[in-house]
Design a protein around this ligand. Sequence first.
Ligand code: FAD
Length: 317
Amino acid sequence: MNPLRPLILAAAESPRMKRALTNIPVTADIVRRFVAGETRDDLIRVARTLLDSGRLVSVDFLGENTTDRSQADATVVEYLSLINELAALERPALPGIDAPPVEVSVKLSALGQALPGDGPAIATENLRILCTKAVQADVWVTVDAEDHTTTDATLATVHELREEFPWLGAVLQSYLRRTAADCRALSGPGSRIRLCKGAYREPHDVAFQRASEVTDSYLHCLEVLMRGDGYPMVASHDPAAIAAAERLVAETGRGPNCFEHQLLYGIRDGEQRRLAAAGNAVRVYVPYGSQWYGYLTRRLAERPANLAFFLRALVGD
Ligand code: FAD
């Protein structure tokens, strides 16, 4: 893991840093690399281009850690409009791929999970509203993974709603020490698990800290999911993870209807196209909205080169 990552993530939590970063004009250039734009129109333009290129999309309306009920409700309203507009997009046929081309990704903390008192129940009900709409629109929903303090509540919500919406997906993070066990528990028939490495600042007792340990855990968890009976979503740009997925697909005889690759908008576009051209289902995670600060700082922290690019732009070099 990038050694500067914990420092960057810690600095990013400071309100002064947030004010400074969001108020300088060059921020817009780097935001644009990772975020479709601030409006739904921006998002729809990007989603259309990706679908036309033979890729699938997963759309995230940016926002997290809502502490205000009205904001959680507004997020639900935005997702409902988003699902409507995504459902109306033309969906080019992809030979051998039956997965819905459109998915939405949702953070439960944006739906009210962090509200005092019955936050988890409010988020569960809000997610139920989104899933009900998504079924009608043939759109999938996957629940993002946030910091480890939310993992139990998030998996409990997914478990509850999968009774009604068995296709509802969840994300597991290989940096968490618990995740191998979660993968074993969630690799059964119908289970849709997106496996990523994890993007938050986590303490040593719950999360592996060294990059090699996180990758080893990823490869182990991937093997559990690929040899299981569910639908793994391989969410990594790491060549080692992608190669392992390709090897496991060959060994297990999974076709393009039995797993998918997932990558982030703006990262390894050439690799996204290569995987899609090879006949794989490749889904691109595309965020949009004005609340991009948390998402952007996680992308900067992952990769010192991104930070260097940003700092060079700042000093006008
Ligand atoms: P790394 O070892 O970090 O990167 C491998 C290579 O990918 C790098 O060498 C570089 O070439 C490229 N790369 C990776 N990151 C960047 C970057 N920021 N900028 C430029 N190049 C980069 N995390 C969560 O905690 N919760 C989630 O719900 C979640 N959802 C995700 C959904 C998807 C579809 C994806 C792809 C990731 C998601 N993540 C999530 C983020 C994930 O946890 C990692 O932080 C991120 O994907 C980087 O890990 P990596 O597996 O790509 O491997």
